[in-house]
Design a protein around this ligand. Structure first.
Ligand SMILES: *Cc1c(COP(=O)(O)O)cnc(C)c1O
Length: 323
């Protein structure tokens, strides 16, 4: 078995230097209502206010800024129908290189339009008859483009970790840090930051109940793959963790919790009503888990990564209204 060279906190620091002046330093917000209601001190790191509306800009920009001249000339390729697509598209435009995104033909029109608006070329595929990975590799080879995966890449992980780095810089040590978990890029990056800046802090990944592959993996001690889960948390509909993300999570994450779609909607309502924020369902995972966590000590200092705010407004309204 070959041992993986895992990313380190120094790599997170290096990523932060690359992102300076390009990514927003997002605000850390408080809520007196949340503190009173749940008996803790909450610090919300609001990546819904990040460029393109989610933390994924951090990982994509960090990865693309490390390209050599040949890679820059040919550009970046990714397959995604979600925030990673827009993150790679925007990062490529800012760095002056081509981007090609492979998206399902039935992806929401707003997502296709947003990705094209950032200047990326979009290639559509049929989800039912075509193999998107094979298609992406074929295009990458033909055009000499570099594939940037959505989570299982050291530069993506360390880029995502800069959000927690900024949080700890602002708050000092925390007792707990809850992080939204899909493929584990955000959680493993956050864990690298916590390990260095707040070693006593318990880092908790949070998945949708229907898609608890990460929780199963942590308990089994190996990566467990599940069918695509049915959940409103579309950014966490991943089937398995990655090699790098799992290795860091196994070493540095205390536990993985799950929440139901109904709990996500409650958290969406809280953010809207009390904090005047639009947060997408996946972005609510961390807070929804903290609210329901019976093991949360009274008065604990709790970090919450609010991971993104990209949601179709019609869908958002329907979810909030309980339709
Ligand atoms: C991608 C995404 C996640 C999950 O991140 P991973 O790095 O895949 O674990 C969570 N929230 C939002 C808003 C996302 O776009």
């Amino acid at each position: 078995m070959t041992t993986l060279q895992l990313p380190t906190f120094d790599d997170v620091r290096a990523a932060a230097a690359r992102l300076a002046g390009h990514a927003h330093r997002t605000p850390v917000l408080r809520s007196a209502t949340a503190d009173e209601r749940w008996g803790a001190s909450f610090f919300f790191k609001c990546e819904n206010f990040q460029r393109m509306g989610a933390f994924k800009f951090r990982g994509a920009f960090n990865a693309l800024s490390r390209f050599d001249d040949r890679q820059r000339k040919a550009g970046a390729i990714a397959f995604s129908s979600g925030n990673h697509a827009q993150a790679v598209a925007l990062s490529a435009r800012l760095l002056g290189m081509p981007a090609l995104i492979v998206m399902p033909a039935d992806a929401p029109a707003a997502k296709l339009a947003a990705t094209r608006a950032y200047g990326a070329e979009v290639v559509l595929y049929d989800r039912f008859t075509e193999d998107r990975e094979a298609l992406t590799w074929q295009l990458a080879t033909e055009r000499g483009m570099t594939l940037i995966p959505p989570y299982d890449h050291p530069d993506v992980i360390t880029g995502q970790g800069t959000a927690a780095l900024e949080l700890f810089e602002e708050t000092g040590p925390l007792d707990r840090l809850y992080v939204c978990l899909g493929g584990g890029g955000l959680t493993s990056g956050s864990a690298l930051a916590a390990r260095a800046l707040s070693p006593q802090c318990q880092v908790l990944g949070v998945e949708p109940e229907a898609g608890n592959d990460g929780q199963q993996s942590l308990r089994a001690g190996h990566i467990v793959t599940i069918p695509t889960p049915q959940t409103i948390a579309d950014g966490a509909q991943t089937q398995h963790l990655g090699k790098y993300t799992f290795a860091v999570i196994q070493r540095d994450v205390a536990d993985i919790q799950t929440v139901s779609d109904a709990q996500l909607v409650d958290a969406m309502r809280f953010f809207a009503e009390r904090m005047k924020m639009v947060v997408e369902p996946t972005g609510c995972l961390a807070f929804a888990a903290a609210c329901a966590d019976a093991t949360l000590p009274r008065g604990a200092r709790v970090g919450i990564i609010v991971s993104g705010g990209n949601v179709d407004l019609g869908r958002y309204a329907a979810l909030i209204a309980g339709a």
